[in-house]
Design a binder for this molecule. Structure first.
Ligand code: NAD
Ligand code: GLY
Length: 368
């Protein structure tokens, strides 16, 4: 189990086979980025790449840069266009090229400031730059604070599908500043709750009480993020490389969710919105195949609605497109797929009992 302290800052420390690091959750962390890096890591780097995107840069890059420079870092800021299309090998090459031309080397450190796109992209650049340099994740969205910055999965998309190229590269430190969530547009704030509700569904039913309290959630962001990081950290500690099946539980709602995201052309639905629809489908299948009670199924669906997340699939997103995208993403084996179901809130497992017909039938139910 990770070591957890309520803080402030709230700290969650992971101990993995070859890595150990801490996630710090607090308000006003960005201005202390250098000080916290020095306090919580043993890095001696003096040259840093600060990778961020075009939306986050004007809001937060200067504050982080000032903190790093005042601690003696020589900082090269690299800004990629905001959006999923930046998760590409072309952007990885561009980032690495800018780092090389700025004289960064294998003793340098990379700070990834932004949402999951920046974290995955810059984390992958750090994994391969000069065969790997330390990466510090500074996530600025709910999705990235509760999920993508923790656990070391980095990578990019290809024309063939999402996250198909990548590497495990654990961060040296994660700095989650909940103040950054104040500038997220409502739609991006709300989509993060799909991953939070997923965490509650697979591991911690009591988290739903907090996640459903939309009226006062902004006063409880440190607790909300820290509890979710603790769930993610526990699962990563149990199954770092997704070999035992435990880490695969994090895919609850993602099998069809990724198909829906792709069928929408990666522009129609935000990631969390597609996952919301995938969660509803997974809940229906859990009722049918795993004995989930109608009451608990309904509670999960109501929680998604509280955050204005979609629970009905629009008619013009075709089943064929969703299933084709899903087949590219997750391979069927003899007509079956490993699919995450829940028996009750907090009790998830990987099932081999779901086939293509089940998924097609569930998609019909998702339109009603
Ligand atoms: P994102 O990084 O695209 O951020 C969403 C939008 O918000 C972007 O336009 C971004 O510029 C903007 N933004 C970010 N922080 C902001 C802030 N504080 N204020 C204002 N605007 C801000 O998307 P995301 O939802 O954070 O992450 C989705 C990505 O994460 C996907 O690529 C997904 O595959 C990946 N992901 C990875 C993992 C993993 O384990 N590695 C887990 C979950 C998701
Ligand atoms: N977000 C899924 C994982 O980290 O395994």
């Amino acid at each position: 189990m990770p070591t957890i302290s309520e803080g402030p800052p709230a700290t969650i420390s992971l101990r993995l086979a070859h890595d150990a690091y801490t996630v710090l959750v607090d308000s006003d962390i960005l201005s202390r980025a250098a000080q916290l890096t020095q306090a919580w890591t043993e890095l001696s780097a003096k040259a840093a790449a600060l990778v961020t995107d075009s939306n986050v840069a004007p809001l937060y890059a200067e504050g982080v840069r000032t903190s790093l420079e005042s601690a003696g870092f020589r900082v090269t800021t690299i800004i990629v266009p905001a959006g999923e299309s930046s998760k590409s090998m072309a952007q990885v090459a561009s980032i690495c090229g800018q780092m090389l031309r700025a004289g960064l080397d294998r003793k340098s450190v990379l700070f990834a400031l932004g949402g999951g796109v920046v974290g995955d992209l810059a984390g992958f650049a750090a994994a391969i730059f000069q065969r790997g340099i330390p990466c510090i994740q500074i996530p600025t969205t709910i999705v990235s604070q509760v999920d993508s910055s923790v656990g070391g999965k980095t990578g990019v998309n290809t024309a063939e599908g999402k996250n198909l190229l990548g590497a495990f590269h654990q961060p040296r430190l994660v700095l989650a500043d909940v103040n950054t969530l104040a500038t997220l547009p409502d739609r991006e704030f709300n989509e993060g709750f799909a991953e939070i509700i997923k965490h509650a569904a697979i591991r911690d039913a009591s988290l739903l009480d907090l996640a459903e309290d939309r009226a006062s959630i902004r006063s409880h962001l440190v607790e909300l993020i820290a509890r979710n990081v603790a769930i993610k950290a526990t699962i990563v500690e149990e199954d770092e490389r997704e070999t035992s099946g435990t880490r695969a539980l994090l895919n609850f709602g993602h099998t069809l969710g990724h198909g829906i995201e792709a069928a929408g052309g990666y522009g129609r639905f935000l990631h969390g919105e597609a996952i919301s629809l995938g969660l509803v489908a997974a809940v229906h299948l859990s009722v049918e195949k795993a004995g989930l009670s109608a009451e608990e199924a309904n509670r999960i669906i109501q929680s998604l609605k509280i955050w204005d997340l979609p629970t009905i699939l629009p008619d013009d997103v075709s089943d064929e497109d969703i299933l084709a995208a899903m087949e590219r993403d997750k391979k069927f084996d003899a007509g079956q797929i490993r699919f995450v179901l829940i028996r009750s809130l907090g009790d998830a497992f990987v099932s081999d009992a779901i086939n293509r017909d089940d998924l097609a039938r569930t998609l019909i139910g998702l339109r009603e």
